[in-house]
Design a protein around this ligand. Structure first.
Ligand code: NG6
Ligand code: CA
Length: 510
């Protein structure tokens, strides 16, 4: 009997010990390298978040990041559209140095070199696990004419991501499919995919011929009226892959579950997650739980959805005890636009909301709202909450994170990227002394001054209601006194114009 009791108590103690051991986090992470999550939104404007002054919409989860981290007021993407901004992010090179870096169609070939340094490679060589989840828009494969039904490479995996779950271009462009690593998700060999941007392919109805089949009308004159997928006319023609075509309302939830899966799988080691959300880019088709919630139309609903998504990521990081040692960067790839191709209520239900805040211009514009974007960095364990006026750019991530992870950038590469780690981490409020902005033309910001180079592009895009900032005359603004870029001081300060022209010229010729 005694022996039995002894055995039972041994078993109890054994089980108790195993249980307690299992309940403990295997390693305490605080001394380890921080994880990095870069949450990159699509077309979110400087005034779209309540922490940046929006009053018609409330974004509590992003506001929490801002309250505990650094909220930058003069942070930029390189360009006023997506592909060039993302090109710069990946390469550390200004996109206007290279032809073919404008907004890409969905069948474009990869434009990022695979034999040079890239943002994910910085982390990968430092021993991080790297992933992209979300929008890619930098081309895939070596050819435009590619076979979507077999392995597609090179792509994000060859650029430095260990894992990729993406869509190729934009949500309004075919092919409307996800790719996991090299393959289209849910591809079906009996229904092969073909994509064409010039000639119609396949038998699916187009928005142009069958507007009665659309659940959201495309805006007249903008051309989102080719192959219809999920009741939405797209740019480009697509044949086959019916099983693989996404449902727009599910897309953000799909990306979220992939992002959370990657975080969970890699909780024991440092990771870099590039989480590229599609909101609030067109077509705005939020999940049912967000439809109608903002009162501002689907654009507002999409912003609420992206805020919720950020909250879900924060929640998961806290649950896994990773939050304190994770650097979360939140930003946008270009400024805001209301009507970008669909009649979705963004214009009619605006209700006084100001997507660009106090800034002038928006997406496609060389004026400040084109590239000055929301930009928040949180790292609870290290960063002290602050608002920073430092002039910084997403192009600086490569050089800055190279320093954070002790990497050296090969000579002659990522040459436009500057190390501003100290500004990113709030150790200084001093950032760049000079930054080039890019839309239809170039502008240069230096100190309080901004010079916009003359261009013959049109001054106003009627379809998207965009002030482009283009002018055949040189423009000079004092951003400190005139953040709205109302008063052109070029004739008053010709010396300043000359100085900035020369500076811009020197950077162009670098
Ligand atoms: C434009 C599209 C717009 C959007 C944009 C890319 C037209 C008329 N408009 O050409 O709808 O897709 O490209 O947006 O085709 S971005 O955020 O990816 O740069
Ligand atoms: Ca964009």
């Amino acid at each position: 009997c005694l022996a039995l009791i002894k055995n039972i108590s041994f078993a109890v103690i054994f089980l108790f010990t195993v249980n307690t051991l299992m309940a403990q986090p295997i390693q305490k992470r605080s001394s380890k390298s921080p994880n990095i999550i870069f949450i990159y939104t699509d077309d979110l404007g400087y005034g779209d978040l309540s922490c940046y002054g929006a009053t018609k919409i409330s974004t509590p989860h992003i506001d929490e990041l801002a309250a505990k981290g650094i909220r930058f007021t003069n942070a930029h993407t390189t360009s006023a559209t997506c592909t060039p901004s993302r090109y710069a992010l990946m390469t550390g090179q200004y996109p206007w140095r290279k032809n073919g870096t404008g907004v890409l169609p969905g069948d474009a070939a990869l434009i990022i070199p695979t034999d040079k340094i890239s943002l994910p490679k910085i982390f990968k060589t430092a021993g991080y696990r790297t992933a992209i989840v979300g929008k890619w828009h930098l081309g895939l494969g070596n050819e435009v004419n590619k076979d979507w039904n077999s392995a597609i490479k090179p792509g994000p995996n060859e650029v430095g991501f260990d894992y990729s779950f993406i869509f190729p271009a934009t949500a309004d462009r075919v092919p409307t499919v996800f790719l996991e690593n090299h393959h289209v998700v849910a591809a079906d060999t009996t229904d092969p995919i073909r994509v064409d941007y010039k000639n119609p392919v396949g038998n699916d109805p187009t928005g142009k011929e069958h507007p009665e089949l659309l659940k959201m009308a495309s805006s007249p004159g903008q051309g989102h009226n080719q192959t219809i997928v999920n009741g939405i006319g797209r740019i480009g023609y697509m044949q086959g892959g019916h099983q693989a075509r996404w449902t727009d309302e599910e897309m953000p939830l799909t990306f979220l579950s992939k992002a959370k899966g990657f975080i969970e799988d890699n909780q024991q080691q440092p990771f870099f997650l590039y989480y590229a959300l599609t909101e609030p880019h067109v077509p705005r088709m939020p999940s049912t739980m967000f439809k109608g919630k903002s009162g501002l139309g689907y654009r507002g609903d999409a912003i609420l959805q992206l805020d919720w998504t950020v909250g879900e990521i924060i929640k998961q990081l806290k649950y896994l005890d990773l939050y304190n040692n994770t650097i979360i960067i939140f930003s946008s790839d270009n400024g805001p636009v209301l009507d970008d191709g669909y009649v979705d209520g963004a214009v009619t239900q605006l209700n006084g909301h100001t997507p660009a805040g106090r800034l002038r211009g928006g997406k496609y514009s060389i004026l400040e709202a084109g590239t000055r974007v929301p930009f928040i960095i949180s790292w609870p364990q290290t960063i002290k909450p602050a608002i920073s006026p430092a002039l910084v750019s997403q192009i600086d991530f490569i050089a800055s994170f190279a320093r954070l992870t002790g990497q050296k950038i090969p000579a002659g590469q990522a040459t436009d990227s500057e190390d501003h780690l100290n500004a990113f981490l709030g150790k200084t409020q001093q950032g760049r002394s000079v930054l080039v902005e890019h839309a239809g033309t170039l502008a240069i910001v230096s100190g309080d001054w901004k010079y916009i180079h003359p261009s013959n592009g049109i001054a106003y895009y009627k379809l998207t209601d965009t002030e482009t900032g283009n002018s055949p005359e040189p423009q000079l603004y004092n951003l400190k006194q005139d953040i709205r870029e109302r008063e052109n001081l070029a004739t008053k300060y010709p010396e300043k114009v000359k100085e900035l022209q020369q500076l811009l010229e020197a950077i162009r010729n670098k």
